[in-house]
Design a protein around this ligand. Structure first.
Ligand SMILES: [Zn+2]
Length: 429
C-alpha cells in the first residue's frame, strides 16, 4: 500500500486545553502526517518522517496548517435549503420555515439532492463529520447515509421522531417511531462509517409514550447514540413544563423515559437548573454548544466557563439551518463572541479543540476522528492562514501560531480551507 507523507505546519493536542491551557497543543512549523490505507500511521517532524519513510510519496503543503477535519456534533441536513431565514424565534421558526421544508423529504429524490448538497458544502468548509437530524421519513436517513458512504465520510444520524405539535404529514406515532428507527438501526448502524443516532426531536413534539418507546429502543441498542434538544429558549421550557407536569425540569422529561445517558447528545443546553447540570455531569452526557444558532434565533448565552468548571463533556456544532453558517470556523468565532459576553475569552486552542476532539468525544469516537494521531482515520484539512487580504495582513505580524490562527477563526470561510481529505482521499483543492 502506498504511504503518503503530508508536510506543512502541524498542530496537535497531547492534552485538554481546558485543563492545561494552550500548552496542551504542540505546534510544528515543519511537521508531517504519514498516511497509509486511509489512516494516519505516524506524525512528527518533517525531516525525521522523511528519513524514516524514504519510500513514501510526499505532498508538500508549504505553510498550510494541517489539522483534523472539523466534527459538527449537531445539525439538520434537511434544513440546508432554508438556512438564514429571517425574523423568527424558535417555535415560530419551526412552524414558518422548518416544518414546510421537512415535509418535502417524503420525496426520496429531493432527500438525495439535499443530502448530497449538504455533504459537498461540508467538505468545502472543512467539516469531515456531520451529526444530523433527518426528518420523520425513513428515506431521509437512507439518503443521508448513502451520501456519506459514497464520499467515504463518517456519518451520525437518525430518523427524527415527532408524534404531536407538528403538522399533518410530519407526525409518526410511538409504535412506528420505534419500529422504523429499529429497522434503520439494522440497516445502517456500524455499517462502514455509519453510526445510528436515536432521534426524538425534543420533548414538545413527542408524547410521553413516544419518549418511552425510544428509551426502550435505546436500552435494547445501547451502543447507538441518542440526540435531542434541551433548554434552548425560555418559552420552550415553559411549554415543556406544561406538557410534562410530572417532570421536575426539562431534562427530567428525558430521564423519566430512559433518554439520559453517556451516549446522549443534548443540543443547546443553555438555560439549565442545578439539578440538570448535576445529572448531566453524573451521567457523562454530551452537551452540544451551537453558538451561531443561539445568537441567530436569539436563544441565549451558553455558559462555557460554568460547564467546563463542572466537568461536563462539551462538543461544538453548527445547528444548520437554525445556525446561520455552514462554517465551523464561524461557529468557533461565535463561541468566542458568546464567551466574551460572558466575560470568558475562550482561547483559540480551546475553540479548535471543541471543533475537533471535543465533538469527537461527545460522539464517543475519540481516537477515530477529530485527531491526527497514529490509528486515526485520515480525515484532514489544510488551512490557509492568509486566505484573504484582511486575514493575511493580520497573520503576517503574528507572534505565535495562536495569533496566526485566530484571524482565520474570526474572519475565515471556505476560502481558508485549501484542501479537505476524507480517509486520506483528497475531496477539495
Ligand atoms: Zn437542532
Amino acid at each position: 500500500m502506498t504511504k503518503i507523507l503530508h508536510l506543512g505546519q502541524t498542530l496537535s493536542f497531547t492534552g485538554d486545553p481546558f485543563v492545561e491551557g494552550p500548552a496542551a497543543a504542540t505546534h510544528s512549523s515543519r511537521g508531517g502526517v504519514l498516511i497509509e490505507g486511509g489512516r494516519v500511521i505516524a506524525t512528527g517532524e518533517a525531516d525525521a518522517l522523511r528519513a524514516n519513510h524514504p519510500g513514501a510519496e510526499v505532498t508538500d503543503h508549504g505553510d498550510g496548517l494541517i489539522l483534523p477535519g472539523f466534527v459538527d456534533a449537531h445539525m439538520h441536513y434537511p434544513q440546508t435549503a432554508m438556512i438564514a431565514s429571517w425574523g423568527k424565534r424558535l417555535i415560530d421558526w419551526l412552524n414558518s420555515y422548518t416544518f414546510p421544508e421537512e415535509m418535502k423529504f417524503a420525496d426520496r429524490a429531493y432527500a438525495n439532492e439535499i443530502a448530497g448538497r449538504t455533504l459537498d458544502l461540508a467538505i468545502a468548509y472543512g467539516t469531515t463529520t456531520l451529526t444530523s437530524f433527518c426528518t420523520i421519513h425513513p428515506g431521509s436517513v437512507d439518503a443521508f447515509f448513502e451520501a456519506t458512504q459514497a464520499r467515504g465520510m463518517a456519518g451520525f444520524a437518525g430518523k427524527t421522531c415527532m408524534d404531536r405539535n407538528a403538522p399533518d404529514g410530519l407526525r409518526d406515532d410511538a409504535r412506528s417511531a420505534h419500529d422504523d428507527s429499529e429497522a434503520l438501526i439494522e440497516r445502517w448502524h456500524k455499517k462502514g462509517r455509519a453510526t445510528y443516532v436515536i432521534t426524538p426531536r425534543f420533548s414538545p413534539t413527542s408524547s410521553p409514550e413516544q419518549l418511552s418507546a425510544l428509551g426502550a429502543l435505546w436500552a435494547a441498542h445501547p451502543d447507538c447514540l441518542m440526540q435531542t434538544h434541551l433548554s434552548e429558549q425560555v418559552d420552550e421550557i415553559d411549554w415543556v413544563k406544561g406538557l410534562y407536569p410530572q417532570a421536575c425540569d426539562y431534562l427530567d422529561t428525558y430521564e423519566q423515559h430512559g433518554l439520559l445517558g453517556a451516549r446522549g447528545l443534548y443540543g443547546h443546553a443553555i438555560h439549565l437548573e442545578p439539578r440538570e447540570t448535576d445529572r448531566l455531569r453524573e451521567t457523562g452526557a454530551g452537551l452540544v454548544h451551537c453558538p451561531t444558532s443561539n445568537t441567530f434565533i436569539g436563544s441565549g448565552l451558553f455558559d462555557m466557563a460554568a460547564r467546563v468548571a463542572e466537568g461536563q463533556r462539551i462538543g461544538l456544532a453548527s445547528d444548520t439551518g437554525g445556525g446561520s453558517s455552514f462554517s465551523m470556523l464561524r461557529v468557533m468565532g461565535a463561541a468566542y463572541e458568546i464567551g466574551q459576553l460572558k466575560r470568558n475569552p475562550i482561547h483559540p486552542a480551546q475553540l479548535l479543540w471543541l471543533a475537533t476532539e471535543g465533538s469527537a468525544t461527545v460522539l464517543h469516537s475519540e481516537g477515530e476522528i477529530g485527531r491526527l494521531a497514529p490509528g486515526a482515520m485520515a480525515d484532514m484539512i489544510v488551512l490557509d492562514l492568509a486566505s484573504t487580504p484582511g486575514i493575511a495582513q493580520r497573520s503576517a505580524v503574528a507572534s505565535d501560531i495562536w495569533e496566526a490562527l485566530f484571524p482565520t477563526i474570526m474572519m475565515g470561510d471556505d476560502r481558508a480551507i485549501a484542501k479537505t481529505y476524507i480517509a486520506g482521499r483528497q475531496m477539495k483543492g
